[in-house]
Design a protein around this ligand. Sequence first.
Ligand code: GLN
Length: 285
Amino acid sequence: MATPAGVLARDGQKLRQALGLEQREARLEVRILLCHALGVARAWLISHDRDVLAEPAAQTYSALLTRRLAGEPIAYIVGSREFFGLEFKTTPAVLIPRPETELLVELALARMPLNQPCKALDLGTGSGAIALSLARHRPRAAVTAVDQSREALAVARENAARLQMPGVRLLHSDWFSALDGEIFDLIVSNPPYVEAADPCLQSGDVRFEPLSALASGADGLDDMRRIAAAAPQHLKPGGWLLFEHGYNQGEGCREILRRQGFLAVETVRDLAGLERVSMGMKHPG
Ligand code: GLN
């Protein structure tokens, strides 16, 4: 008869073998799947370590484990992911929010006044993680978020509703296409930036994520170039443009920003010490 303790040992090992995870990670994933199947919090598992798992929850758990063993990302299986202290619904229509993107949110917040109105734009919002995090921490800001995928926008809308932030404006738009004549104080984007031929697209969680949110031409910078070229027309003088990018794209991204006339161009490293966010300011004059 299966108990949480037994399942943890047995299936932790299975996950390590199937997906090459570290032991800690594999055991954490088993706990996440068990909690999801049983509808309980993590603390419950610890205090009921030796209880026999009841049907039908045990079967539900087995089905979830089978999906995970086939490589499906845990965020899609349980249907949500925590980002910047908020819980976001995640489906295969959207990129799974990643911890390194929290740096982009922090740098954007540092450029948004706390007690004054300001207009911010998130390009390619996906689940809405960036836009909704900005809105949560800057209640006076008018936040607009766009995506060219209607399926992604539906997920972002649901997240806005769940998080009770109906004020965030969500628009169907191919970058700036639906924003003619609109001007913002700040524009942020985590655009697709992976090189089209990068073998990482064929491994791990990424295989299950939307390619349109990941790949962007031969050097991964096609969308960044497009956005940076159009951004000055949509920024106030002195307004900021911030991009997340790949660990090896800092130089390329700075070059793109400078070529479009942005000032104070710089790159900030993430917690892993990798170049991750680059930004520039439109001329204030
Ligand atoms: N950081 C993601 C990855 O390498 C890419 C996200 C993106 O393209 N915006 O898997």
